[in-house]
Design a binder for this molecule. Structure first.
Ligand code: SF4
Ligand code: SF4
Length: 193
């Protein structure tokens, strides 16, 4: 899929998010890094958990060589998954071979945003909400509605403001937002400007 976001922009986004964390300190200590290590029951032939697959945003793969020893790659087709209609062609999924250990500066965007997710209000305003994804684990930050650092919320919002300039990513956020509305999924807005 052709992304309008350049590699250098993705690099700048990674650098910005490298400087922030959801809370002061390592939230992985609260839960044994559940979002890295605790998945469902299904594993592949190498024992890697299917449920922990992380998909990269369109163009994010430009930051990787696909030879990283800590990642297992799968290339799928957007048409076969629940992605927006505008998405077609290759989508890159990765699974970590050594969770929760990874080169922190290289972890994919999905790992950096969690436990927040982008949402469009009915008026089309970008908001950050607690992730509403169905997960095979409990994130204590979500469960306890922990106050996240302002730096993390602000940087994550800034990044999403840039990302949604790409029509493919805009369509993804719009699809997820309208699914929440139409399915009556409750969500809580925790940051917007
Ligand atoms: S984001 Fe949530 S699940 Fe992931 S390490 Fe932090 S507290 Fe644990
Ligand atoms: S890339 Fe790092 S942060 Fe993301 S799931 Fe893997 S081990 Fe966890």
């Amino acid at each position: 899929m052709k992304s309008i976001i350049k590699k250098k922009t993705y690099k700048a986004i990674y650098r910005l998010l490298d400087r922030v964390s959801p809370i002061k300190g390592d939230c992985g200590k609260l839960c044994g890094a559940a979002c890295c290590t605790c998945g469902g029951d299904s594993t592949d032939e190498e024992g890697l958990d299917y449920d922990l697959g992380i998909y990269l945003l369109p163009g994010e793969e430009k930051l990787f060589t696909m030879k990283e020893e800590w990642l297992k790659w799968s290339v799928e087709y957007a048409e076969d998954y629940d992605f927006p209609d505008s998405w077609f062609g290759k989508v890159y999924f990765v699974r970590c071979k050594t969770p929760p250990v990874c080169p922190r500066e290289s972890r994919p965007l999905q790992c950096r945003f969690f436990p927040l997710a982008p949402h469009f209000s009915p008026e089309g305003k970008l908001q950050l909400i607690w992730s509403t994804s169905e997960l095979p684990y409990t994130c204590p930050l979500i469960a306890e509605k922990t106050e996240l650092t302002r730096e993390f919320k602000k940087a994550t919002y800034t990044v999403w403001k840039h990302l949604i300039k790409d029509p493919l990513i805009f369509d993804l956020v719009e699809m997820d937002s309208s699914d929440r509305e139409s399915m009556g999924i409750e969500y809580e807005v925790i940051y917007q400007i």
